[in-house]
Design a protein around this ligand. Structure first.
Ligand code: M6R
Length: 603
């Protein structure tokens, strides 16, 4: 996730900004940059790569300037390159901007600005901001220009702007993406999280959604969404630096689980517009959709499990046959690939060796290829014919959580777009898809029960996960999450398959997680639950809210999905938290489980 840091009123802004950037490195990034503002105007340095590279050439920047802004970028719109790194400037290099999040309507704005003669040098959505500021007179009155600019932007974002003509002044805008102001004695700080300025001050003001702030060395003025001057409370941060790097959470995995509402919203933002899926914003041409007669998904691990959810959704909604293969199997099984098959590679990192080899095989066979990945500029993104980004932000814990659920969301959007192309449009579902981030937020806010349930699992050696249909795909992900971080042996089964052998392992007290989000299969799953309970199993049910009562004491979590087909991402949340809390109570090294790597770039 991108990181923002700014300072105003410093004796020497450069080392403060460099240290702030280093503090933000934990968030993951692919390029970094700094803009300093002083009496001589703006000075800028930015590059693809590490903050240490910027630090190594700091001699190129002036010293003893009071004010500046800086950024670590995690590419979303445009590859990780020098040109796409922030800060971005207007045509005359008088205004510089750093930005987190997504400006959804940047294409229209860019077209309009170019038609008025503005020159763009990057592929980013960000660059429209300094050009709009320029148009609105931002070089001399940044605040008024920021107000006018903000009124033109759609999306979820935060940005800082400085002008070479107002060297003691930073304007900060928060719309969804977080921004925090640090109050110092002689200088003030602005950052996307506390970590960036904890060395300088622990007094912090959290901007609320819709706020705009004008920050000078001695003053912090904040206006709310309605334009009224407001007082926001000041708090004292008592975290240590390591805690702060994880947003105060004990592990990145927990942080990433709790970031899902924001990640989902970023993922869906440009893709769901009213009752239609914007396929172009998923990297696809609408005209191509009707031509695919089969889909072949290739992926590994968690991404494979997302592929299984995708298969269920695409087949149900669009009635296109879908095969899903583990990439390490696909590449060696000499697959039969018919013409008009779309080969879809799903990969968080975009660097998984087997997934890349499967993609190469599909290309050799002359098939259309599409990648769903979280990593802009990754090999899968470069090699596939088209790419859709999940926009989950960097995932640092080895166990995949927000990348998985955003893969599911993008696959859901793809299924809906394919259905539309086959005259089976489900506009009702498109509209409901947009409600999922808020539902996830509500559910996570009341998820304390999962931690309590995990207490009963800490001494277990084996567990089972069961479900039918799409819930079986979820069961597979649930069991993987549990075993990779808690080291409890867990297995997933189609609920109806247990009695063909595995039921022999169900004895007194064996935990069985039963997933039942699909009302049409509910009675069947409940029969399977009765079978395991009769053998003494302890059941943890993740079930549709409508049937909550029927689960009684077995209920672990209820899933209030707006439609059963939109339940998978929501149902993944309790499964992730159950694994997390079990591993946490067992004292395991959650973010770096034994023997595992985040990105598997070898066979
Ligand atoms: O980067 P990818 O999505 O291609 O990685 C594939 C798997 O290695 C990955 O999903 C792995 O299973 C997860 N880290 C498990 O949580």
């Amino acid at each position: 996730m991108c990181g923002i840091v700014g300072v105003v009123g410093a004796e020497d802004a450069l080392p403060i900004l460099l240290q702030g950037l280093q503090r933000l490195e934990y968030r993951g990034y692919d390029s970094a940059g700094i803009a300093l503002s002083g009496p001589e105007g703006l000075a800028l340095s930015k590059a693809k790569g590490k903050v240490s590279m910027l630090a190594a050439r700091q001699d190129l920047l002036p010293r003893a300037l009071p004010c500046g802004i800086a950024h670590t970028r995690w590419a979303t719109h445009g590859a990780p390159t020098d040109e796409n790194a922030h800060p971005h400037t207007d045509c005359h290099g008088q205004i510089a901007v750093v930005h987190n999040g997504i400006v959804e309507n940047y294409r229209e704005l860019k077209g309009e600005l170019m038609a008025r003669g503005h020159r763009f040098v990057s592929d980013t959505d960000t660059e429209v901001i300094p050009h709009l500021l320029e148009d609105y007179g931002g070089a001399t009155d940044l605040l008024t220009a920021a107000r006018n600019t903000e009124a033109r932007l759609q999306g979820a974002y935060a940005f800082l702007a400085v002008s070479g003509q107002q060297p003691d002044y930073v304007v900060a805008v928060r719309r969804a993406s977080p921004l925090i102001i640090g109050r110092g004695d002689a200088a003030n700080y602005i950052a996307s999280d506390f970590t960036a300025f904890l060395d300088a001050t622990r007094r912090a003001i959290v901007l609320e959604n819709g706020d705009m702030a004008a920050v000078t060395p001695k003053t912090i003025r904040i206006w709310n969404e309605q334009g009224a001057l407001v007082d926001r409370p000041e708090m004292t941060v008592d975290w240590d630096i390591r805690q702060a790097e994880r947003g105060g959470y004990p592990h990145f995995m927990l942080k990433e689980i709790l970031e899902q509402p924001e990640a989902w919203s970023d993922c869906l933002l440009e893709r769901v517009q009213g009752e239609r899926i914007q396929v172009e914003a998923m990297g696809l041409a609408r005209a191509a959709l009707a031509g695919w007669e089969r889909i072949q998904i290739v992926a590994a691990g968690t991404a494979y499990h997302a592929g299984l959810v995708g298969k269920a959704l695409i087949e149900t909604l669009a009635r296109i046959p879908v095969d899903v293969d583990v990439a390490s199997e696909f590449r060696y099984r000499d697959p039969i690939l018919l013409p008009n098959t779309l080969v879809l590679a799903v990969s968080q990192s975009g660097e998984t060796a087997d997934t890349l080899a499967s993609l190469a095989l599909a290309k050799q066979r002359g098939l259309a290829t599409y990648a769903i990945t979280n990593t802009v500029g990754s090999t899968v993104a470069r090699e596939a014919g088209a790419v859709g980004y999940t926009y989950a932000g960097p995932e640092i814990a080895v166990a995949s959580t927000k990348a998985y659920t955003t893969q599911i969301l993008l696959l859901t959007a793809l299924a809906l777009a394919l259905a539309d192309a086959r005259h089976r449009a489900r506009t009702d579902l498109v509209a409901k898809l947009a409600s999922l981030p808020a539902l996830a937020e509500q559910w996570l806010a009341a998820s304390e029960g999962i931690r309590l349930a995990a207490q009963s699992l800490t001494d277990q050696e084996q567990m089972f996960y069961i479900g039918r249909g799409i819930d079986y795909a979820l069961a597979m992900e649930g069991q993987l999450k549990m075993k990779e971080i808690s080291y409890i042996h867990a297995e997933a089964y189609p609920a109806g398959e247990l009695k063909h052998g595995t039921l022999a392992l169900i004895t007194e007290g064996v935990p069985v997680v039963a997933i039942a989000t699909q009302p049409r299969l509910m009675a069947k799953v409940q029969s399977n639950v009765a079978e395991v309970k009769a053998r003494g199993a302890r059941v943890y049910a993740v079930g549709a809210a409508a049937l909550q009562e029927s689960w009684g004491d077995d209920s672990l979590a209820t899933i209030a999905a707006p439609d059963p087909l939109l339940a998978p991402a929501l149902a993944a949340l309790p499964l992730q938290l159950l694994a997390y809390w079990t591993a946490s109570l067992r004292g395991e090294d959650i973010d770096k489980p034994r023997n595992l790597a985040k990105s598997v770039t070898v066979e």
